[in-house]
Design a protein around this ligand. Sequence first.
Ligand code: ADP
Ligand code: MG
Length: 493
Amino acid sequence: MKVVVLGDGSREHTITILLSRSCISPKIYVLSSYRNPGLKKAAEDSGGQLFRCNILSPSEVKGIVDELSPDLIIIGPEEPQFHGVVDTLVDGGYAVFGATRKLAEIEKSKVFMRDLMWRFKIPGRLAFKAFTDVNEAMEYIENAGDVVIKPARQAGGKGVKVIADLQAYLSDIKSEIRREYAKKLISDVMTHYTDIDYKLLIEERVDGVEYTLMTITDGHTVLPLPLVQDHPHAFDNDLGPETGGMGSIQGPGYILPFINQQEYQESIEIIKSTLKALQTVVNDRYVGVLSGQMMLTPIWGPTVIEFYSRFGDPEVVNLLHVLDTDFLDIVEAAVSRKLASIKLKVRDDLVTVAKVVSPKGYPNNRRVAKGHPISVDEGLIRSNGCEVLYAGVELGSDGNLYTTGSRIATILCSGSNYKVVSDVANKCAELIKCIDGWDTFYRSDIGSESLVSERMRLAEAVRDVYTYRRKNNLVSIKVDWIPGRGATIYDYR
Ligand SMILES: Nc1ncnc2c1ncn2[C@@H]1O[C@H](COP(=O)(O)OP(=O)(O)O)[C@@H](O)[C@H]1O
Ligand SMILES: [Mg+2]
C-alpha cells in the first residue's frame, strides 16, 4: 500500500511514525517544501521517498501524485487545503484525508466560523463584528470596550491582540492602541491575503483555561481524541509573543487535570453541531480532522476560540505515546465512511509532555534564526524514553542539519506523572543545540507542577461561575461594565 503525506513539520513527522507502526507497513511518500530529516528517514525506512515541491500548488502536487498513484493521501497543514490542493486531488479520483477548500473555511475565516455558530445557535459562541472597511472598523473600535482584535483570516498565529479594557483611566490610551494595532494588522498581515474580503474581526474578550479537542471525522461519525493543552507563548509563565506552539500536555486518559468529563463531552457536542452546520451550508462531506481550540470560560463553560481543519502541531505529537489503535486503520475508515466501526484505544496510565526547542529569534525575527547548524543527540534522547519530531530543520547538501528559522523540533516524553515527565523532557531539550553557539530556547514550565496546579485553580474558579450562571438561567446574558463608560449587554439568544 502507498500512502502520501503532505507537509513539512513535526505534525507530519508524527503522522509518518504512526503510519510506520501500522501492521499493513505502507510505503510512505512525503511531499514537503524542504528536506526535513525526520520525514526523509521515515519515508525511506518504509521503502518510500521524500519529494520537495511547492505544497500549496495544486498542479505541482497532483503532478507528483499522478506519478506515484497512491492508495491514500493525508494532508497535514491547513494552507494546502485553503489553496484547493484537496479539491484537485479529490477531483483526480484520489482517496484524500483532509478538508476541501470550502469546508476548510471553518479554519481560514474566523468570520465565517463565528457567523456559522450564531446562525445555528451553537453553544460556546462569542459576540463579534467583522469589517471590510478600515474606517468603519476604526469608528467601532473607538468605543468597543473589552475586545480582541484579530485578522479575519487564519494567519498562522500572527496578529491576534487581546486588549482588556477594565481601567477607565486608561481608556483613551487603549483606544489609541487598538486603532494603531488594527491599522497595522491590515497593512502588515492582511495585505498578504487576497482570498478573503473581510479584513478585521473584533470579538468580545473572555478569560479562562485553554485546551484543544482534536477529532477525526468521516462526515458522519466524529471520533474524539484525548484532550491536549497547547502553550502558544514563547517563554515561561505564558510570557512573550505568540508562537505556533511551544509544547503541549495530555492525559491521563481523555481529559486533562483541569477539564472534567462533562466539559469534554460538551466540547465534543460543540464540534458535532459545528460539523453538521458546516456540511449543511457547504453541501460537502468532511473527511479529515476537525479540531476545536477551546477555552473554559465563565460565560459558557466550553467556548470556541477557533477551529482547525487539521491536527494541531505540536498537539498531535502527544498521541504518539498513547494511541493504541492502528492509525492507518482509522484514516482508511474515515476515507471510506466507516469510522463508526473503529473502537479507539488510548492508554490511560500515562501523561505526555511535548516540548518544542526553537532557535533564538523565533518567532519575530526568523531571518536571524535561520541557517544555524544544529546537533541532536537522538541516541541519548531515546535512551530517556523520549522521541524527537523534527520541525523547521533542513538536511543540507553537506549532510548537516540547519535551522530554517522556525521551531527546530519537538521532544515527546511520557510517564506516570507530569512533574517527572516534564523534568525528563527538559533534560532532553538540552540535547538539541546549535553547533555555532547560537542560542536555542524551550519552555521549562510546560507540565510543571506549578503551571498545572495554576490551571487547575483557574479552571475551578471559572467552573464556579459558569455553573452558577447555568443554574440561574443567565447563560444567554453577559454584561460588561466599564467604569466611566457604562454597561454593554450581550444577549446570546
Ligand atoms: N475572544 C478571546 N478572548 C480572549 N482571548 C482570546 C480570544 N480570542 C483569542 N484569544 C487569545 O489569543 C490567542 C490566539 O487567538 P486565535 O483566535 O487562536 O488566533 P491564532 O490564529 O493566532 O491562533 C488564543 O490562543 C487566546 O489565548
Ligand atoms: Mg489559535
